[in-house]
Ligand binder design. Structure first.
Ligand code: NIG
Ligand code: FE
Length: 411
């Protein structure tokens, strides 16, 4: 099957020499081609260029993208989209003045979702997650990382991972699975947290690895949650089983999470609201992708990660949705673009790099996703007619995507 998308107003994020990630000043650059074509063969990008250079050939299908932009589908490298029900009542508690930590201490927050996930069966979790995933795809997302973490017991964590495996097998989106055994401390382990970390290290990680259910391992390394020592034990246990780290760090405090992520060569460290000079220095030269979650910072009304300083220091920055029922009940990556520009003072080019190529890197997928490059998977979107690509973050809240293509096929 050979498809031509022709008369594209602007083809964005094109790469002749594919890179694994974009760092520092390069983030403000995004190559594009005006009045362009894109050729898709089966599930791959076969060719692209200027309309004036399109060679005579036959196609099975032609799509006229006049007035429209084409860009790679977003990669969302941090989500918790398998969960049961919603938590809008806690949202009201927050409006009334309770903090995220206070809600968590009272058994709300992560433990509230854990109770519901423990009670739900796999079919219910799968159906709810697939509906969320479909909405995300209509907003232009083509790849997601999904975490467990609302299980709290080995059985419930494995149940979540099996749901993610079924999503992987049946959804057109590209999916990566992360075991987040250490997300919260169950009530019965309060005061003996090491025993819960033992459970993660001795039972959850080996079983998830043996059953081939996880690609990565995660820990919520932060004040009031898991310590640097807990995190080291979990990252070491994961590494022994071939699971690289992608950790939650520095959302509540300068927790040492960034340093421990870099020390253990984690693929990413995520949140980063509390990032100072020492943390930026530590990330320099590392292979760990600093990942910011603008939806969570917005929704919890938190301080914003110092993205400008990070970019000025030459670091790459990725941005993901953190889709979850507590701190970010949205998987809309177009909104992430707008937050990036308004709240972090990123340029649209930087925001697009942060949500495509750099998030692909943070999922270990930048060789196949995250840009328009020959041989990459044909995951891309055609926008509605829009005046410029800057309009994408500017016109916040409306869906600018007309059609999402995954593996070469229209959704
Ligand atoms: O990434 N920070 C930790 N975990 C999630 C929130 C999970 C929840 O509140 O249910 C996050 O924001
Ligand atoms: Fe998260």
């Amino acid at each position: 099957m050979k498809t031509l998308i022709k008369n594209i107003k602007q083809l964005l994020q094109v790469e002749r020499t594919p890179r694994s990630r974009v760092c520092g000043a390069d983030m403000a650059r995004m190559d594009s081609i005006s009045d362009a074509y894109l050729i898709v063969e089966d599930d791959r990008i076969a060719d692209f260029g200027r309309m004036t250079e399109l060679k005579e050939q036959s196609f099975d299908k032609e799509i006229d993208a006049h007035g429209r932009m084409v860009l790679p589908a977003f990669c969302d490298s941090h989500t918790h989209l398998v969960y049961a029900g919603s938590r809008e009542i806690e949202y009201i508690d927050k409006i009334r003045g309770l903090s995220y930590e206070e809600i968590a201490k009272r058994g709300g927050g992560i433990l509230n979702s854990a109770k519901r996930v423990q009670e739900a069966d796999e079919a219910q979790l799968y159906d709810e997650a697939m509906e969320r995933l479909h909405t995300m795809a209509t907003y232009g997302t083509g790849a997601v990382e999904i975490k467990s973490g609302y299980g709290m017991t080995t059985e419930a964590e494995l149940k979540m991972l099996r749901v993610i495996r079924r999503i992987k097998e049946t959804s057109p989106l590209t999916v990566k699975a992360t075991l987040l055994g250490a997300h919260g401390i169950p009530m019965e382990y309060r005061g003996r947290q090491e025993a819960f970390v033992d459970l993660v290290v001795d039972e959850m990680i080996p079983r998830a690895a043996d059953e081939g259910l996880a690609d990565f391992v995660d820990v919520f390394c932060d004040a009031g949650f898991f310590t640097v020592e807990d995190t080291e034990r979990i990252l070491e246990a994961g590494a022994k089983r071939g699971l690289r780290g992608k950790i939650h760090a520095n959302e509540m405090a300068c927790s040492g999470g960034i340093q421990v992520a870099v020390k253990h060569n984690a693929l990413s460290c995520d949140h980063l609201e509390y990032t100072g000079e020492a943390e930026i220095e530590c990330l320099k030269g590392s292979e760990t992708m600093p990942t910011v979650l603008p939806g969570a910072a917005f929704f919890l009304n938190m301080r914003y990660a110092p993205v400008r300083q990070m970019i000025e220091a030459g670091l790459p920055v990725a941005m993901a949705s953190d889709y979850n029922p507590g701190s970010s009940p949205s998987g809309n990556m177009q909104l992430v673009l707008s937050f990036a520009c308004v709240n972090y003072r990123m340029l649209p080019e930087e925001a697009i790099n942060a949500t495509t190529l750099n998030t692909a890197y943070a999922m270990g997928l930048s060789d196949t996703l995250g840009s328009i490059a020959v041989g990459k998977r044909a995951n891309f979107v055609i926008t509605k007619p829009i005046p410029t690509y800057e309009y994408l973050p500017y016109a916040y809240g409306e869906n600018k995507v007309e059609q999402t293509f995954l593996n070469g096929k229209a959704l």
